[in-house]
Ligand binder design. Structure first.
Ligand code: GLV
Ligand code: MN
Ligand code: MN
Length: 386
Protein backbone atom coordinates (compact mmCIF):
# COMPACT_ATOMS: atom_id res chain seq x y z
CA UNK A 1 0.00 0.00 0.00
CA UNK A 2 1.40 3.43 -0.88
CA UNK A 3 1.92 6.28 1.57
CA UNK A 4 -0.62 8.30 -0.42
CA UNK A 5 -3.38 5.69 -0.10
CA UNK A 6 -2.70 5.22 3.62
CA UNK A 7 -2.85 8.98 4.10
CA UNK A 8 -6.06 9.28 2.09
CA UNK A 9 -7.72 6.64 4.33
CA UNK A 10 -7.20 8.86 7.38
CA UNK A 11 -8.07 12.22 5.83
CA UNK A 12 -11.82 12.22 6.64
CA UNK A 13 -11.57 10.74 10.15
CA UNK A 14 -12.52 13.35 12.74
CA UNK A 15 -12.29 16.23 10.24
CA UNK A 16 -14.59 19.20 10.82
CA UNK A 17 -16.43 20.30 7.69
CA UNK A 18 -16.55 23.81 9.18
CA UNK A 19 -12.89 24.46 9.98
CA UNK A 20 -11.12 21.65 8.11
CA UNK A 21 -9.37 20.82 11.40
CA UNK A 22 -9.30 17.55 13.31
CA UNK A 23 -11.09 16.54 16.51
CA UNK A 24 -9.44 13.28 17.48
CA UNK A 25 -9.70 13.30 21.27
CA UNK A 26 -8.81 10.01 22.94
CA UNK A 27 -11.58 7.44 23.44
CA UNK A 28 -14.03 9.48 21.36
CA UNK A 29 -15.38 8.14 18.08
CA UNK A 30 -12.76 9.51 15.65
CA UNK A 31 -9.85 8.26 17.72
CA UNK A 32 -11.52 4.86 18.15
CA UNK A 33 -11.90 4.71 14.37
CA UNK A 34 -8.19 5.46 14.01
CA UNK A 35 -7.37 2.65 16.44
CA UNK A 36 -9.48 0.25 14.36
CA UNK A 37 -7.59 1.47 11.27
CA UNK A 38 -4.28 0.84 13.08
CA UNK A 39 -5.32 -2.75 13.83
CA UNK A 40 -6.38 -3.29 10.19
CA UNK A 41 -3.02 -2.00 8.93
CA UNK A 42 -1.19 -4.26 11.35
CA UNK A 43 -3.29 -7.26 10.28
CA UNK A 44 -2.67 -6.50 6.59
CA UNK A 45 1.08 -6.81 7.32
CA UNK A 46 0.75 -9.78 9.70
CA UNK A 47 2.00 -7.66 12.62
CA UNK A 48 0.87 -8.73 16.06
CA UNK A 49 -0.90 -5.96 17.98
CA UNK A 50 -0.35 -5.57 21.70
CA UNK A 51 -2.49 -3.10 23.66
CA UNK A 52 -1.68 -2.19 27.25
CA UNK A 53 -4.11 -1.36 30.06
CA UNK A 54 -3.91 2.35 29.16
CA UNK A 55 -4.80 1.96 25.48
CA UNK A 56 -1.27 2.35 24.08
CA UNK A 57 -0.84 0.15 21.00
CA UNK A 58 2.21 -1.51 19.46
CA UNK A 59 2.15 -3.55 16.23
CA UNK A 60 5.12 -5.91 16.33
CA UNK A 61 7.10 -7.18 13.34
CA UNK A 62 9.55 -10.05 13.85
CA UNK A 63 10.85 -11.54 17.08
CA UNK A 64 13.85 -11.14 19.37
CA UNK A 65 14.67 -9.61 22.68
CA UNK A 66 15.88 -6.04 22.21
CA UNK A 67 13.22 -4.18 20.25
CA UNK A 68 13.37 -1.10 18.05
CA UNK A 69 10.28 1.08 18.31
CA UNK A 70 8.95 3.70 15.92
CA UNK A 71 5.55 5.42 15.68
CA UNK A 72 3.86 8.42 17.28
CA UNK A 73 0.25 9.23 18.28
CA UNK A 74 -3.18 9.24 16.65
CA UNK A 75 -4.91 11.87 18.82
CA UNK A 76 -5.01 15.56 17.91
CA UNK A 77 -5.35 18.83 19.75
CA UNK A 78 -8.83 20.34 19.55
CA UNK A 79 -9.27 21.52 15.95
CA UNK A 80 -5.74 20.42 15.09
CA UNK A 81 -3.87 19.53 11.92
CA UNK A 82 -3.72 16.24 10.05
CA UNK A 83 0.01 15.61 10.42
CA UNK A 84 0.88 16.05 14.09
CA UNK A 85 1.05 12.40 15.25
CA UNK A 86 -0.55 10.37 12.43
CA UNK A 87 2.32 11.23 10.05
CA UNK A 88 4.69 9.22 12.25
CA UNK A 89 2.39 6.20 12.28
CA UNK A 90 1.48 6.22 8.58
CA UNK A 91 5.19 6.69 7.76
CA UNK A 92 6.06 3.74 10.01
CA UNK A 93 3.70 1.38 8.15
CA UNK A 94 4.91 2.76 4.80
CA UNK A 95 8.54 2.29 5.91
CA UNK A 96 7.85 -1.35 6.80
CA UNK A 97 6.34 -1.81 3.31
CA UNK A 98 9.53 -0.33 1.82
CA UNK A 99 11.73 -2.61 3.91
CA UNK A 100 9.72 -5.66 2.79
CA UNK A 101 10.08 -4.50 -0.83
CA UNK A 102 13.83 -4.19 -0.28
CA UNK A 103 13.95 -7.73 1.10
CA UNK A 104 14.88 -6.68 4.65
CA UNK A 105 13.71 -9.09 7.30
CA UNK A 106 13.93 -8.03 10.94
CA UNK A 107 16.76 -9.44 13.01
CA UNK A 108 15.26 -7.64 16.04
CA UNK A 109 11.66 -6.95 16.95
CA UNK A 110 10.36 -3.79 15.33
CA UNK A 111 7.28 -2.16 16.82
CA UNK A 112 4.98 0.55 15.49
CA UNK A 113 3.62 2.44 18.51
CA UNK A 114 0.50 4.57 18.83
CA UNK A 115 0.69 6.31 22.21
CA UNK A 116 -2.63 7.46 23.64
CA UNK A 117 -3.50 11.05 24.75
CA UNK A 118 -0.19 12.56 23.63
CA UNK A 119 -1.71 16.02 23.37
CA UNK A 120 -3.43 15.95 26.74
CA UNK A 121 -6.44 17.49 25.01
CA UNK A 122 -8.94 15.42 26.99
CA UNK A 123 -7.42 14.76 30.43
CA UNK A 124 -5.03 17.72 30.50
CA UNK A 125 -1.72 15.87 30.88
CA UNK A 126 0.70 15.96 27.95
CA UNK A 127 2.05 12.55 26.80
CA UNK A 128 -0.19 10.78 29.31
CA UNK A 129 -0.06 7.39 27.56
CA UNK A 130 3.71 7.21 27.27
CA UNK A 131 4.18 8.54 30.83
CA UNK A 132 1.90 5.78 32.14
CA UNK A 133 3.54 3.09 29.98
CA UNK A 134 7.02 4.05 31.15
CA UNK A 135 5.87 4.56 34.75
CA UNK A 136 6.80 8.23 35.26
CA UNK A 137 3.11 8.93 35.95
CA UNK A 138 1.45 6.46 38.27
CA UNK A 139 -1.99 5.02 37.67
CA UNK A 140 -2.99 6.09 41.18
CA UNK A 141 -2.44 9.72 40.13
CA UNK A 142 -3.94 9.36 36.66
CA UNK A 143 -7.13 7.45 37.49
CA UNK A 144 -8.62 10.55 39.20
CA UNK A 145 -8.14 12.83 36.20
CA UNK A 146 -11.43 14.06 34.74
CA UNK A 147 -12.27 15.47 31.33
CA UNK A 148 -14.35 18.58 30.64
CA UNK A 149 -17.57 16.56 31.00
CA UNK A 150 -16.52 15.17 34.37
CA UNK A 151 -15.67 11.69 33.05
CA UNK A 152 -13.03 10.06 35.26
CA UNK A 153 -10.16 8.34 33.46
CA UNK A 154 -10.49 5.49 35.95
CA UNK A 155 -14.07 4.92 34.77
CA UNK A 156 -13.02 4.87 31.13
CA UNK A 157 -10.11 2.44 31.16
CA UNK A 158 -9.02 -0.37 33.37
CA UNK A 159 -5.53 1.00 34.13
CA UNK A 160 -2.91 -0.76 36.23
CA UNK A 161 0.62 -1.31 35.03
CA UNK A 162 2.14 -1.82 31.60
CA UNK A 163 4.98 -3.94 30.28
CA UNK A 164 4.51 -2.73 26.70
CA UNK A 165 7.89 -1.00 26.52
CA UNK A 166 9.89 -3.71 28.27
CA UNK A 167 12.88 -4.65 26.13
CA UNK A 168 12.69 -1.54 23.90
CA UNK A 169 16.30 -0.64 23.10
CA UNK A 170 15.73 2.31 20.78
CA UNK A 171 12.90 4.64 19.73
CA UNK A 172 12.76 6.69 16.54
CA UNK A 173 9.76 9.01 16.14
CA UNK A 174 9.07 10.75 12.84
CA UNK A 175 7.01 13.94 13.18
CA UNK A 176 5.97 16.91 11.11
CA UNK A 177 8.16 19.89 12.04
CA UNK A 178 6.25 22.47 14.06
CA UNK A 179 8.34 25.42 12.98
CA UNK A 180 10.24 26.62 9.93
CA UNK A 181 13.71 25.32 10.71
CA UNK A 182 13.83 22.96 7.73
CA UNK A 183 12.50 25.66 5.41
CA UNK A 184 15.48 27.77 6.44
CA UNK A 185 17.78 24.78 5.83
CA UNK A 186 16.09 24.10 2.47
CA UNK A 187 15.84 20.45 3.53
CA UNK A 188 12.80 18.10 3.37
CA UNK A 189 13.88 16.04 6.40
CA UNK A 190 15.90 16.76 9.52
CA UNK A 191 16.54 15.40 12.99
CA UNK A 192 15.90 16.78 16.48
CA UNK A 193 18.66 17.62 18.95
CA UNK A 194 16.38 18.00 21.95
CA UNK A 195 13.21 19.44 23.46
CA UNK A 196 12.89 22.62 25.49
CA UNK A 197 11.68 22.22 29.07
CA UNK A 198 7.97 23.01 29.19
CA UNK A 199 4.80 22.51 31.18
CA UNK A 200 1.24 23.41 32.02
CA UNK A 201 0.09 25.39 35.06
CA UNK A 202 -3.52 25.95 36.16
CA UNK A 203 -4.39 29.41 37.51
CA UNK A 204 -7.56 29.46 39.62
CA UNK A 205 -8.75 33.04 40.10
CA UNK A 206 -11.65 33.50 42.52
CA UNK A 207 -13.71 36.61 43.19
CA UNK A 208 -17.33 37.50 43.90
CA UNK A 209 -20.25 37.15 41.51
CA UNK A 210 -22.32 40.31 41.28
CA UNK A 211 -24.67 42.35 39.12
CA UNK A 212 -23.04 43.81 35.99
CA UNK A 213 -25.22 46.92 36.12
CA UNK A 214 -25.80 47.81 39.73
CA UNK A 215 -22.39 47.03 41.21
CA UNK A 216 -20.15 50.12 41.17
CA UNK A 217 -16.83 49.46 39.43
CA UNK A 218 -14.87 50.13 42.62
CA UNK A 219 -17.01 47.68 44.61
CA UNK A 220 -16.21 44.60 42.51
CA UNK A 221 -13.97 41.59 43.09
CA UNK A 222 -13.67 40.56 39.45
CA UNK A 223 -11.40 37.57 38.72
CA UNK A 224 -11.64 38.26 34.98
CA UNK A 225 -9.55 41.39 35.46
CA UNK A 226 -6.92 39.47 37.41
CA UNK A 227 -6.80 36.84 34.67
CA UNK A 228 -6.72 39.38 31.83
CA UNK A 229 -3.76 41.21 33.37
CA UNK A 230 -2.00 37.88 33.96
CA UNK A 231 -2.39 36.94 30.27
CA UNK A 232 -0.82 40.28 29.26
CA UNK A 233 1.96 39.84 31.83
CA UNK A 234 2.71 36.32 30.54
CA UNK A 235 3.07 37.57 27.01
CA UNK A 236 5.31 40.47 28.05
CA UNK A 237 7.45 38.32 30.33
CA UNK A 238 8.00 35.67 27.64
CA UNK A 239 8.88 38.29 25.04
CA UNK A 240 11.39 39.98 27.38
CA UNK A 241 13.04 36.64 28.21
CA UNK A 242 12.80 35.29 24.62
CA UNK A 243 10.83 32.29 25.90
CA UNK A 244 7.22 31.16 25.29
CA UNK A 245 4.05 31.65 27.37
CA UNK A 246 0.46 31.07 26.24
CA UNK A 247 -2.95 31.08 27.85
CA UNK A 248 -4.94 28.96 25.36
CA UNK A 249 -7.74 27.67 27.56
CA UNK A 250 -10.01 29.57 29.92
CA UNK A 251 -13.14 28.62 31.85
CA UNK A 252 -15.34 31.32 33.35
CA UNK A 253 -17.99 30.74 35.98
CA UNK A 254 -20.88 31.31 35.73
CA UNK A 255 -20.09 32.63 32.22
CA UNK A 256 -23.03 34.99 32.00
CA UNK A 257 -22.97 38.29 30.09
CA UNK A 258 -24.65 40.38 32.79
CA UNK A 259 -22.80 39.07 35.85
CA UNK A 260 -19.35 39.76 37.27
CA UNK A 261 -17.81 36.27 37.24
CA UNK A 262 -17.21 34.39 40.46
CA UNK A 263 -14.22 32.42 39.15
CA UNK A 264 -11.89 32.11 36.18
CA UNK A 265 -9.66 29.12 35.59
CA UNK A 266 -6.96 29.52 32.95
CA UNK A 267 -4.17 27.25 31.83
CA UNK A 268 -0.66 28.56 31.16
CA UNK A 269 1.55 26.68 28.70
CA UNK A 270 5.14 27.85 29.27
CA UNK A 271 8.37 26.78 27.54
CA UNK A 272 11.95 27.95 27.90
CA UNK A 273 15.43 27.10 26.70
CA UNK A 274 16.59 25.95 30.14
CA UNK A 275 14.94 24.58 33.26
CA UNK A 276 16.11 27.61 35.28
CA UNK A 277 14.63 29.99 32.71
CA UNK A 278 11.33 28.09 32.79
CA UNK A 279 11.09 28.36 36.58
CA UNK A 280 11.96 32.07 36.41
CA UNK A 281 9.35 32.68 33.73
CA UNK A 282 6.52 30.92 35.58
CA UNK A 283 7.54 32.50 38.92
CA UNK A 284 7.47 35.97 37.36
CA UNK A 285 4.02 35.39 35.84
CA UNK A 286 2.65 33.95 39.09
CA UNK A 287 4.06 36.86 41.09
CA UNK A 288 2.33 39.35 38.84
CA UNK A 289 -0.92 37.34 39.00
CA UNK A 290 -0.76 37.46 42.81
CA UNK A 291 -0.04 41.22 42.90
CA UNK A 292 -2.91 41.94 40.59
CA UNK A 293 -5.30 39.67 42.51
CA UNK A 294 -4.47 41.62 45.68
CA UNK A 295 -5.33 44.88 43.94
CA UNK A 296 -8.57 43.41 42.54
CA UNK A 297 -9.71 41.91 45.84
CA UNK A 298 -9.57 38.44 44.29
CA UNK A 299 -7.38 35.41 44.98
CA UNK A 300 -5.26 33.20 42.76
CA UNK A 301 -3.90 29.68 43.27
CA UNK A 302 -1.35 28.18 40.87
CA UNK A 303 -1.04 24.42 40.35
CA UNK A 304 1.55 22.70 38.15
CA UNK A 305 -0.28 20.05 36.10
CA UNK A 306 2.49 18.59 33.96
CA UNK A 307 6.10 19.64 33.74
CA UNK A 308 8.74 18.14 31.44
CA UNK A 309 12.43 18.77 31.89
CA UNK A 310 14.95 19.44 29.12
CA UNK A 311 15.49 16.50 26.78
CA UNK A 312 18.64 15.83 24.77
CA UNK A 313 18.19 13.09 22.20
CA UNK A 314 20.79 10.35 21.84
CA UNK A 315 23.62 11.84 19.77
CA UNK A 316 25.04 8.45 18.72
CA UNK A 317 21.65 7.21 17.54
CA UNK A 318 20.93 10.52 15.80
CA UNK A 319 24.30 10.49 14.04
CA UNK A 320 23.72 6.87 12.99
CA UNK A 321 20.26 7.40 11.52
CA UNK A 322 20.65 10.94 10.21
CA UNK A 323 24.35 11.51 9.41
CA UNK A 324 23.71 14.16 6.74
CA UNK A 325 20.55 15.82 8.00
CA UNK A 326 20.17 19.20 9.70
CA UNK A 327 19.70 18.79 13.44
CA UNK A 328 17.33 21.23 15.16
CA UNK A 329 16.04 21.85 18.69
CA UNK A 330 12.29 21.95 19.21
CA UNK A 331 9.92 23.67 21.61
CA UNK A 332 7.24 20.97 21.10
CA UNK A 333 6.72 18.04 23.43
CA UNK A 334 6.69 14.45 22.16
CA UNK A 335 6.40 10.91 23.50
CA UNK A 336 9.98 10.61 22.28
CA UNK A 337 10.93 13.03 25.06
CA UNK A 338 9.31 10.81 27.68
CA UNK A 339 11.11 7.70 26.43
CA UNK A 340 14.41 9.58 26.17
CA UNK A 341 14.06 10.93 29.73
CA UNK A 342 13.50 7.35 30.91
CA UNK A 343 16.87 6.32 29.44
CA UNK A 344 15.78 4.70 26.16
CA UNK A 345 18.13 5.80 23.35
CA UNK A 346 15.82 7.97 21.28
CA UNK A 347 15.98 10.08 18.13
CA UNK A 348 13.48 12.06 16.09
CA UNK A 349 13.12 12.77 12.39
CA UNK A 350 11.25 15.89 11.27
CA UNK A 351 9.48 16.42 7.95
CA UNK A 352 9.46 19.98 6.60
CA UNK A 353 6.40 22.11 7.28
CA UNK A 354 6.27 24.85 4.62
CA UNK A 355 4.55 27.42 6.83
CA UNK A 356 5.67 26.15 10.22
CA UNK A 357 2.04 26.37 11.41
CA UNK A 358 0.95 23.51 13.69
CA UNK A 359 -1.80 22.74 16.26
CA UNK A 360 -4.06 24.32 13.65
CA UNK A 361 -6.14 23.23 10.66
CA UNK A 362 -3.52 25.06 8.55
CA UNK A 363 -0.76 22.54 9.38
CA UNK A 364 0.78 21.16 6.15
CA UNK A 365 3.53 19.02 4.65
CA UNK A 366 3.95 18.24 0.93
CA UNK A 367 3.56 14.68 -0.32
CA UNK A 368 7.10 14.80 -1.74
CA UNK A 369 8.50 15.72 1.69
CA UNK A 370 6.41 13.04 3.41
CA UNK A 371 7.81 10.47 0.97
CA UNK A 372 11.33 11.70 1.74
CA UNK A 373 10.45 11.20 5.41
CA UNK A 374 9.34 7.61 4.77
CA UNK A 375 12.62 6.93 2.95
CA UNK A 376 14.66 8.42 5.79
CA UNK A 377 12.72 6.40 8.36
CA UNK A 378 13.10 3.17 6.34
CA UNK A 379 16.87 3.78 6.08
CA UNK A 380 17.06 4.49 9.81
CA UNK A 381 15.14 1.34 10.73
CA UNK A 382 17.11 -0.81 8.26
CA UNK A 383 20.32 0.36 9.93
CA UNK A 384 18.97 -0.49 13.39
CA UNK A 385 17.67 -3.89 12.34
CA UNK A 386 20.96 -4.93 10.77
C1 GLV B 1 2.64 18.78 21.91
O1 GLV B 1 2.34 18.82 20.74
C2 GLV B 1 3.00 19.98 22.59
O2 GLV B 1 4.16 20.40 22.46
O3 GLV B 1 2.14 20.58 23.21
MN1 MN C 1 0.98 18.28 19.10
MN1 MN D 1 2.76 15.28 18.12
Amino acid sequence: MTFESLWADLAPVGRSSTTGGYFRQPWHSAELELRAWFREQAAARSLEVEEDVFGNLVAWWGAGSEAVLTGSHLDSVIDGGAYDGPLGIVSAFAAIDLLVERGVSPTRRLGVAAFVEEEGSRFGRACLGSRLAIGTTSWDQARELTDRDGVRLGDLIEGGSSSLLDGVGAYVELHVEQGRGLVDHDAPVGAASGIWPHGRWRYDFTGRADHAGTTRMEDRADPMLSYAMTALAANKQARLAEQRATFGRVEVRPNGTNAVPSAVTAWLDARADSEEALIELVDAISRQAGDRATRDGTAVAVTAESVSGAVAFDTTLTAAIAPDLPVLPTQAGHDAGILAAAGIPTAMLFVRNPTGVSHSPEERASTADCLAGVDALADALAGLLR
